[in-house]
Design a protein around this ligand. Sequence first.
Ligand code: GAL
Length: 419
Amino acid sequence: MLFKKSMLLSILLMVALLFVSSFSAMAQDGEVEIFSWWTGGGEEEGLNALIELFNEDYPDVEVINATVAGGAGSNAKAVLKTRMVGGNPPDSFQVHGGAELVNTYVETGMMEPITGLLEEWGVKDKFNQQILEMSSYEGEYYSVPVNVHRSNIMFYNKAVLEENNVEPPTDLASFKEALAKLDEAGVVPLSLGDTNKWPATQIFESLLVSTLGPEGYNGLWNGNTAADDPAIREALVHFDDIMQYVNEDHSALTWQDATQIMQEGEAGFNIMGDWAEGYMKTLGWTPGEEFGWMPVPESEGTFIVITDTFGLPKGAPNPENAEKWLKTIASVEGQDTFNPIKGSIPARLDADKSKYDPYLTSAMEDFAEDTLSPSIAHGSAAPEGFITALNDTINEFITTGDVDAAFENFQDNHEEYVQ
Ligand code: GAL
């Protein structure tokens, strides 16, 4: 009897010990540092919703939300690079699929392949394969695409257009007429905020698609289109014409400021990637009600893609938790939680379409039918050196209006960084 009692006591003790140790293991699940530049309206909300979902599945992993403000990573990218090169990586970080990921971090040996994880989770064939391929290098995948954004898109304030008897344009000629009409009426025709340079480059890349067509544009990155193609000069001329109609203080403003000018009724049009859609929703607008959209004129049929992805850096302090993060963002639930808020469409093909608003639904339709082209401004098409050089070329061109000099610079930059 005595023996049995002591047996029972020691079993109880063991159970208690097991409980305590598993509890403390849980409490020690630790943290995961996620690095991004998502601090703007729509972006921040989307990220927070994703973190909340992550914490539902992993309540004991604390997410360190490490953000560096500045649209398109204008400040974050440099901070990240210093950390990566200095051997101080976050556990996972936002990076665009394509050249930005591959040239900067994969070829240089700073990332772990994650092909095995995608297979283990059974998600590899669930993604749009062209998008997933943007994260691949020599047969391995290096990051998980959380979304797809579009850069060649233009939003407009429906009331401003109606009040001024302006119809949404059908081509570049009618676009310029619409801009001139708004200008005469004393309204800012096209709002722009290019204090960080890339929003102007982003307009130019859309015009490159308008004049070169998708094959010609894609050919710039695979050697099939020469950098002295006359259509590039033509895009510069259109750009110069259109820039006559932007707000005077454009170089002092951010992309959010520019979207807001349009949202407040001071401007008619705004060319911006569709994260602006996420932002406008946080400002209380409903797509199709207060604002309309269309591809940048003459670029319809092409979807300039931007994909935000997250990977696993070598030497991440909490690799197991980073894997949990990647698993969350790779899930249908993760994609359907984040994207309807962010203003992007899912990179997975089996997402729940009913969760997406009319703009995003139309973007999903275009995405399925259009030719996909990589964005220059957002790091997918060309190496970083080319983007920096093009940003400078376009910036200078805005001041000088010298088409031939800009065309020559484009060719020099292309030769130096792309070929
Ligand atoms: C892009 C990024 C988007 C959005 C945008 C503005 O580069 O892919 O997700 O954040 O910058 O910041």
